[in-house]
Design a protein around this ligand. Structure first.
Ligand SMILES: O=C(O)[C@@H](O)C(=O)CO
Ligand SMILES: [Mg+2]
Length: 263
């Protein structure tokens, strides 16, 4: 049975951010993820997790100026000092929340540009070593160019090559089925091949990016496939509900009572 994590950036947005933890727990989730916690103090986030018995599955390191359109710093020449400061900030939040996985966003850069490639390598190595010392895994996620035009890491084979080339055991793939389907299709065979590299899975319907109960992908088959593959990590529900979050949780009913409490 997949262990689902509610994505509090996209789900439960009817509530203010900190109240989304309570709402997700009331709906039966035992884990949460989100893009960024940085508008709130680490202790405030940790308190919400604790009082609801929730596990923090994942969050992203600081991405640069998100409001201005930046989508990560790792491949951006000239931003290394900001990147290392961001890694340190993320680690403070990871420590407070007990989070074992952090996603490093690559940024908007040409994946063939030698300067961007060299900076990306340095950034991933720096982050991997900083996290590795604390027993935390570093996630690299290929993202499709329709949602994020110009994103550096826009291909699953490239992500696989980066992970192999970096050669650190704590650098893992963030396998978002939504991006995989848009970029390449062949979702099940890719899962079978890449599950040993995968540290985190995310889901949303394709093409609408809403509840995993519709669209191009066969969700009951894919959830069973994750079980058949022995995947025991989290499955982040990174979707925008069609209407109210609670109204759209019909797909979750069959899973709700079998979610494991935080351990
Ligand atoms: O798929 C996504 O968009 C996210 O997982 C992310 O981290 C960046 O937006
Ligand atoms: Mg994702």
């Amino acid at each position: 049975m997949p262990r689902f994590a509610a994505n509090l950036t996209m789900m439960f947005t009817e509530w203010p951010f900190l109240d989304r933890f309570d709402a997700a727990a009331d709906a039966g989730f035992r884990a949460v993820e989100y893009l960024f916690p940085y508008d709130h103090a680490p202790d405030a986030v940790a308190a919400r997790l604790q009082r609801n018995g929730l596990t923090q599955a994942l969050f992203n390191m600081p991405p640069g100026d998100w409001a201005a359109g930046e989508r990560g710093l790792a491949a951006l020449p000239g931003r290394f000092a900001e990147l290392t400061a961001g890694v340190a900030t993320a680690l403070r939040y990871a420590e407070a929340t007990g989070c074992r996985r952090l996603h490093l966003m690559a940024g908007l850069a040409d994946p063939a540009d030698p300067a961007a490639r060299s900076r990306y390598r340095d950034a991933v190595l720096h982050a991997a070593d900083a996290l590795g010392g604390r027993g935390i895994d570093l996630m690299l996620e290929p993202i499709n160019g329709r949602d994020m035009p110009g994103y550096f890491l826009n291909d699953f084979a490239a992500a696989e090559r980066w992970i192999a080339g970096i050669g650190r055991p704590n650098v893992r793939l963030q396998f978002d089925l939504y991006h995989r389907q848009i970029l390449h299709g062949d979702v099940s065979m890719a899962l079978r091949r890449l599950i040993p590299l995968t540290g985190h899975v995310q889901i949303a319907s394709v093409p609408a990016r809403d509840e995993p109960d519709d669209g191009e992908l066969n969700w009951p088959f894919l959830f069973a496939e994750l079980d058949r593959l022995g995947y025991d990590g989290f499955v982040g529900c990174e979707y925008r509900p069609r209407g109210g979050t609670l109204d759209g949780l019909g797909w979750f009913a069959a899973h709700r009572d079998r979610q494991e409490p935080a351990g």
